[in-house]
Design a protein around this ligand. Structure first.
Ligand code: FES
Length: 543
């Protein structure tokens, strides 16, 4: 390769794990950023090597990108273990790449620093600001209602994603990179910088310099991750109105660090944490505005009384020191604890006979009138059944109905596809209905909105109570009381359960078979059972 001994001898070897690919639209700037990381590594006296890893792209992967998060985690861990690497810079940003890379790095436990892709610039259509995902759902409903033409739709497509970077709403990507920063795994301020801002390049080079120092300091992920750091991350998630997907990923990340997070902890922290980021889908603005308003450091500074400020970060300083000097420059975008967007956090956990192990809803992104609702079920057996019948004019449905989707969970989907924002039936769209109670064991895009109850556990594919719902059953949702119940008596439910027949597993070989045999349920983070923290994997012998 043309290196001389002096290039690498006695220097830390830094693996730059790069999730670039021609299909990873959110990471299209990563080839340039990898070079900028290398610049920093060389400057600090390290030896950089770039390691390509699976680029999980939210828009293209089938059957669902979530199915491959654990694949990327395994790949990251084994890339770092099987090769002569002393420290790593992890480059990701599109939804599943952040948890995938971090889960692998936590299990490997070499010094590692996360480099977030940064959000796209704001979208624009005819002077209207467009947010990725959120405005797609919104205008698609208008298109289905006949209020938007094909030509206008096409113009919006050209304007909504106009630069490199991940989705610029507070979707899963922005949520997970903010969580990575709050956990202490990025440089302070890194997650808010837009992908194409010159400061993003400077941050990449700084990651390169810092990881070399981290190797000499032997500062590893599990030195940084503590129960308090995860509480900080959940608090930040609630204050930003983060994606519901974050719950699954945080449980999985904590599991890799040997920390158990139950869903109740999310609800307790949500109850005491006001949501202060005024960002779509729960608010008005976009990530570019958030950066100009001070970014995540300023937001964390606003909620510093709710944080454990002595937690360590990859910078070698505490999170308290990292956010100390940050201030809010636009109080419309980052509000205060006294004047929040919502007095409690962005996510609530529900329990009841329909979700014995929990379900999730984002009340801040739903029509308030639906947060306490009783309606009759309209049941779709799976996604194909939904697509075939949802717009059928003869479907017995009205605005008070509760739409139920079965077989869309970790095994049923498979991979918990983001089908949880079930479409509103076209005949109701035409009547002006824009939100309904919807229940599934699927996930929902972090950019989506509506009274959607998600992650119902256990899932219907394994015989959870969601499998027992029938058309016209009464369903009761009570978010203030955190309840989700099927109003059917126990004898009838027992009869239905006895008659329930499991479907065959979807994969007979390959990764799909491994996934089907080992994936855990949503409330347990959907990690593989054999990847949770346990005995250390020994360093391979070198022969
Ligand atoms: Fe990558 Fe939305 S498509 S973050």
């Amino acid at each position: 390769m043309g290196y001389a001994l002096e290039d690498f001898q006695s220097k830390p070897v830094i693996g730059i794990v790069n999730t670039w690919s021609d299909l990873a639209n959110c990471h299209s700037h990563f080839r340039a950023r990898a070079e900028e990381v290398k610049r920093g590594v060389w400057q600090a006296g390290g030896f950089p090597v770039e390691l390509p890893a699976m680029s999980i792209t939210e828009t293209y992967m089938k059957p669902s990108p979530m199915m491959f998060r654990n694949f990327l985690a395994m790949e990251t861990e084994e890339l770092l273990r099987s090769q002569p690497i002393d420290g790593a810079v992890l480059m990701g940003g599109c939804d599943k790449t952040t948890p995938g890379l971090l889960m692998g790095a936590i299990s490997m436990n070499l010094p590692a620093i996360y480099l977030p892709a940064g959000p796209m610039l704001r979208g624009n259509w005819n002077g209207q600001v467009l947010g990725s995902g959120t405005d797609v759902w919104k205008f698609w409903a208008e298109k289905c209602a006949g209020n938007i033409t094909d030509c206008q739709w096409s113009e919006m497509e050209d304007g909504i994603a106009r630069s490199p970077g991940h989705c610029m709403t507070m979707g899963t990507a922005s949520t997970m990179t903010a969580i990575a920063e709050t956990l202490g795994l990025t440089l302070p301020g890194a997650s808010s910088i837009p992908a194409v801002d010159a400061n993003h390049s400077r941050m990449a080079t700084k990651c390169g310099r810092r990881i070399v120092a981290m190797v000499w300091e032997d500062l590893k992920p599990r030195d940084i991750l503590s129960e308090a750091a995860f509480e900080n991350a959940i608090t930040a998630d609630m204050a930003i109105g983060g994606s519901t997907n974050a719950i699954i990923h945080l449980v999985a990340l904590a599991g890799r660090a040997g920390i158990k997070l139950d869903l109740k902890r999310f609800d307790d922290i949500s109850a005491r944490t006001p949501m202060i980021a005024n960002l779509r889908p729960s608010g008005e603005f976009l990530m570019e505005d958030f950066y100009y308003a001070g970014g995540l450091r300023a937001l964390l500074n606003q909620i510093s009384d709710l944080l454990h400020l002595d937690c360590l970060t990859v910078n070698g300083e505490t999170i308290g020191e990292a956010i100390q000097s940050a201030c809010v420059s636009n109080p419309q975008v980052i509000k205060s604890l006294n004047n929040p967007v919502s007095i409690s956090g962005g996510t609530a956990i529900l329990y009841g006979n329909l979700a014995p192990n929990g379900a999730v809803i984002k009340p801040t992104a739903a029509e308030k009138r639906l947060l306490k609702h009783r309606g009759r079920a309209v049941v779709f057996h799976d996604y194909n059944d939904l697509v075939a019948r949802i717009d059928d004019d003869s479907l017995k449905v009205d605005a008070e109905s509760v739409l139920v989707l079965q077989n869309a969970g970790p095994l049923g989907g498979p991979g918990m596809p983001e089908w949880g924002m079930l479409p509103i039936p076209r005949k109701l769209l035409k009547q002006g209905v824009r939100d309904m109670v919807r229940i599934s064991d699927a996930r929902m895009s972090g950019t989506a909105y509506g009274a959607c109850v998600l992650h119902v556990s256990p899932e219907s594919f394994v015989g959870g109570p969601l499998a027992l719902v029938r058309d016209d059953d009464w369903v009761e949702l009570d978010v203030p009381a955190r309840k989700l119940d099927l109003i059917v008596d126990d004898t009838e439910l027992a009869r239905r359960h006895a008659a329930w027949q499991p479907q065959p597993r979807k994969y007979k070989r390959g990764f799909g078979a491994l996934y089907s045999a080992h994936v855990l349920q949503a409330d347990q983070g959907c990690d593989f059972d054999f990847l949770l923290a346990g005995a250390e994997t020994p360093e391979p012998e070198i022969h």
